[in-house]
Design a protein around this ligand. Structure first.
Ligand code: COA
Length: 255
């Protein structure tokens, strides 16, 4: 278990906290593995009625660790990132996200698979995959256009335009926008409400809400994953990653 993922269960709520502030909570393979394990443990624990995913004050996550993308690119369905997203997708208990600051890449993608998302007014959500030579992931190419229509989705997925907390609510990606200090307590209160609800009915209702398009979601994830994995090794992505490390803008003029 990496020290960058902290877990705690309190009053029926299993909290998964991303804690790597020195790297803006960038997610490594070890962190995905720890989060997959934590979701599995929360599912199996009868005392847990809901899960809460959060980051640090002022940063949810800067997305996948870009060095990891280069050194240890995910290899298929057994990779930790895939196991994390599958655990989230298959989680039969309600999942609440509390987001302050940036939620980049998978930081925004994972919100699509949480049941509730509360965001700070300083939140900045972005899915800059195309700008990195990559493609949307984990069914965001299906779910984002469904949520906001093709035109808005084109701004967010093709141009990679960021969203404020208020815009995320307006576009259906989040439930409510709050002052930063109130996001986590509010999200916790929502999660704790499940202590007063019958867990079997909650589980069945969540499954029914997801069932109609589950097969399609899985099919899209597989298709995206294949292209994403291939594109990670593309010259376009290499230019993007080098530009990030060299702290310069990428130059795609030769492609
Ligand atoms: N992967 C690896 N390292 C990352 C990272 C990531 N996704 N995001 C930030 N870091 C590192 C930086 O390299 C820097 O490391 P250093 O101190 O050793 O130089 C440190 O975290 C602080 O980041 P910095 O960019 O200086 O912070 P900031 O407050 O100016 O900006 C962000 C914060 C999140 C806006 C910015 O870091 C960013 O855009 N990160 C990349 C986001 C991204 O493209 N993610 C991939 C999505 S698929």
């Amino acid at each position: 278990m990496t020290q960058h993922i902290r877990t705690a269960t309190l009053n029926g709520v299993a909290t998964i906290e991303i804690a790597r502030p020195e790297k803006k909570n960038a997610l490594t393979q070890a962190m995905y593995a720890a989060m997959a394990e934590a979701i599995g443990a929360a599912r199996d624990d009868r005392a847990v009625r809901a899960l809460l995913i959060t980051g640090q004050p002022g940063i949810f996550t800067s997305g996948n660790d870009i060095e990891d993308f280069v050194q240890r690119p995910p290899q298929g369905e057994d990779s930790p990132v895939f196991r994390f997203m599958r655990a989230l997708l298959e989680c039969d208990k309600p999942v609440v996200a509390a987001v302050t600051g940036a939620a980049i890449g998978i930081g925004t993608t994972m919100l699509l698979h949480c049941d509730f998302a509360y965001v700070a007014d300083d939140a900045r959500l972005a899915m800059p995959f195309v700008g990195l030579g990559l493609v949307p992931e984990y069914a965001s190419s299906l779910l984002v256009p469904q949520l906001m229509g093709h035109r808005k989705a084109a701004e967010k997925l093709l141009l990679g335009d960021p969203m404020t907390g208020a815009e995320a609510v307006e576009l259906g990606l989040a439930n409510a926008v709050l002052p930063p200090a109130e996001v986590l307590p509010h999200a916790r209160r929502v999660a704790e409400r499940f202590n007063a609800l019958p867990p079997g009915a909650v589980r069945d209702a969540k499954a029914l809400m997801r069932a109609p398009q589950q097969a399609q979601v899985l099919q899209v994830i597989a298709a995206e994953g294949e292209i994403f994995t291939r594109r990670l090794r593309s010259p376009e992505a290499m230019e993007a990653f080098q530009a990030f490390f060299q702290k310069r803008a990428p130059d795609y003029s030769r492609f």
